[in-house]
Ligand binder design. Sequence first.
Ligand code: ZN
Length: 174
Amino acid sequence: MALRNILTKEQPALYKKCRPVTEFNPRLHQLLDDMAETLEKANGVGLAAPQVGVLRRVVLVIETNVPEGEPEKLLELINPEILETSGEQDGPEGCLSVPGEYGMVKRPMNVKVRAQDRNGNWFEAEGTGLTARCFCHEFDHLDGIVFTSKCERMLTEEELQGGEVEAEEEKEEN
Ligand code: ZN
């Protein structure tokens, strides 16, 4: 495994539409393993392939809504699609490609998705709260959309330092 560089918002690759994955080969597996290592090192909850400069429809999402004492689950989603959404949440969102900036973004509260695993098998997954937000945020990356274009407003330094963001995030995870 190897760490990959995370592109930042100035780089044009982040605004391109990604192509579907057609070959489920060792090269894809290497990409997934590298992305997992990169995500862990960056301490994020999700990462999309274009963020490491690969314009393919591949994302990782960490399912943080797990029973107490159980490890968080890393989901590998290839060629993902949203099947259903319900509810709404409005909260602060950030991105590893936009370090240090957070903004308020409305997302559905519950999201049901389908995707292929690293061997090409289709599966379904459901996310709520932070995981639902993460599905939407990462899938947007595959269409060249960075969250800042969906922000109703960016948060100020005072709001960030006031702990408002952390309080909101805790609420979402509960
Ligand atoms: Zn992002």
